[in-house]
Design a binder for this molecule. Structure first.
Ligand SMILES: Cc1cc2nc3c(=O)[nH]c(=O)nc-3n(C[C@H](O)[C@H](O)[C@H](O)COP(=O)(O)O)c2cc1C
Length: 403
């Protein structure tokens, strides 16, 4: 979803300009606990962003710079991996990103949100996943699929079925999911995670953000059900919690289970409350979550709901100290990323800056170079490893691609 709350990645409107925000008092950094760098790529590196990231399950991620999940429409129509997708992700692994998250990847045929979306809902996808994992891991990075179901925002014209969501939509475009539907969704997330494990992935991320199915259930405005899947926070969080527990059953303790949340309202996405999101995150730790990923759209800004604090702060004080928090949103320069660490985050996930600057960890984090900022040419994007479908996709973001 873009900040205007329309669809993942596709924007007819420009991203909001960074607002001038007084630097808020940072949460004390846990830098003293960080082990020295053991990065295979940068042996002499000492910058905290390039230091390994220990997880509570004993895994140690190579560094603290993640590739954010990015939908790009460059997979095959049936969800199989394409050469373009392989190349785009492998290029970022070669560029030094420690954790490579894939685009939102549908766990069920009826959850597909875009044409050309990578799929993980069928065994025919297995070969591609094995290939992708091997290619990324060959560079010392982790490969982590983002597991996704679009719910009301799935594309009926692509899936051939009426999208499911919390309640019947007024225009008939989506229907209320039944108990059986929701049990099936939970099973599909579990099966998809099992496929990822078979392929050798280092972990999985459950997409609980941006107004897709699990987030539709969390939202008070989107979820007005009165049964056990709605009502109070426990009811609204039930779907995401059941998914998390089911995924944990098949993801062994030594492989990461990460959940991405939108902590509060943003753009057209409403019905999310910061305090409720903190409670949900606490429950998710009980359910087996190793890492929390907060999608902030502007990680340099304070909470909209509580302008006196950075959004990471309440999560940091509520979660066990060893559960890392990853943040994404508007991180371009090394100083931006350092600000996020100072605000209490343990790692940053880069979206647009990783598109323009595939070697960001080497050039920006290590050497302090300036990232490439948009607008960029189509040729720049091709040279940065994007396939033609992805280049076309980015051309739909206002101001990203120069004419
Ligand atoms: C082209 C594009 C596609 C995106 N697709 C996804 C997605 O599939 N899943 C997701 O959780 N977020 C998605 N996002 C959001 C990003 O992961 C990230 O949170 C957001 O772009 C803010 O980070 P940035 O300012 O570094 O770009 C997408 C963003 C972009 C630019």
């Amino acid at each position: 979803m873009n900040p205007n709350g329309t669809s993942e990645g596709v924007s007819g409107k420009a991203l909001p300009e960074p607002i001038a925000i007084p630097r808020i008092r940072p949460t004390p950094r846990r830098g003293a606990e960080r082990p020295p760098s053991r990065s295979p790529w940068f042996p002499s590196m000492t910058h905290p962003l390039l230091s390994p990231l220990p997880l509570p399950n004993g895994q140690v991620a190579p560094n603290r710079i993640w590739l954010a999940p990015m939908t790009n429409q460059q997979s095959h129509a049936d969800g199989r991996l394409s050469e373009d997708e392989l190349h785009w992700l492998e290029r970022r692994a070669a560029g030094g990103f420690g954790v490579i998250e894939t685009c939102a990847t549908h766990v069920a045929a009826d959850g597909q949100g875009w044409p050309g979306e990578l799929g993980i809902f069928d065994d025919r996808h297995a070969q591609g996943w094995g290939q992708l994992v091997a290619a990324v891991q060959a560079h010392g990075a982790w490969l982590v699929p983002q597991l996704f179901h679009g719910g009301a925002r799935a594309r009926g014209d692509l899936t051939g079925s009426t999208p499911i969501t919390t309640v019947d939509s007024a225009d008939g475009s989506a229907r209320a999911a039944t108990d059986d539907d929701l049990r099936r969704v939970v099973a599909r997330f579990r099966d998809a995670a099992a496929r990822a494990m078979t392929a050798g992935a280092d972990g999985v991320e459950i997409h609980g953000a941006h107004g897709y199915l699990p987030c539709q259930f969390l939202s008070t405005t989107l979820n007005t059900r009165e049964d056990a899947w709605g009502g109070d926070l426990a009811g609204r969080a039930r779907l995401l919690r059941e998914i998390t527990r089911a995924v944990r059953e098949v993801v062994p303790a030594d492989r990461m289970l990460c959940v991405r949340l939108s902590p509060e309202d943003f753009g057209q996405l409403t019905g999310l409350d910061l305090g409720e999101s903190v409670q949900v995150a606490r429950w998710l730790v009980d359910d087996g979550m190793d890492v929390l990923h907060l999608s902030l759209w502007d990680a340099l800004a304070p909470s909209r709901q509580r302008p006196d604090v950075h959004p990471v702060a309440p999560f940091r004080s509520a979660l066990p100290a060893d559960v890392p928090i990853v943040v994404a949103g508007n991180v371009w320069s090394r100083a931006d990323a350092e600000f996020c660490l100072d605000a209490g985050a343990d790692a940053v996930a880069l979206g647009r800056s990783a598109i323009t600057t595939p070697d960001w960890p080497r050039t920006v984090a290590r050497d302090g170079a300036a990232p490439v900022r948009p607008p960029v040419t189509r040729e720049h994007l091709r040279a940065a490893g994007l396939g033609e479908a992805f280049v076309d996709y980015m051309a739909r973001w206002d101001g990203f691609v120069s004419a």
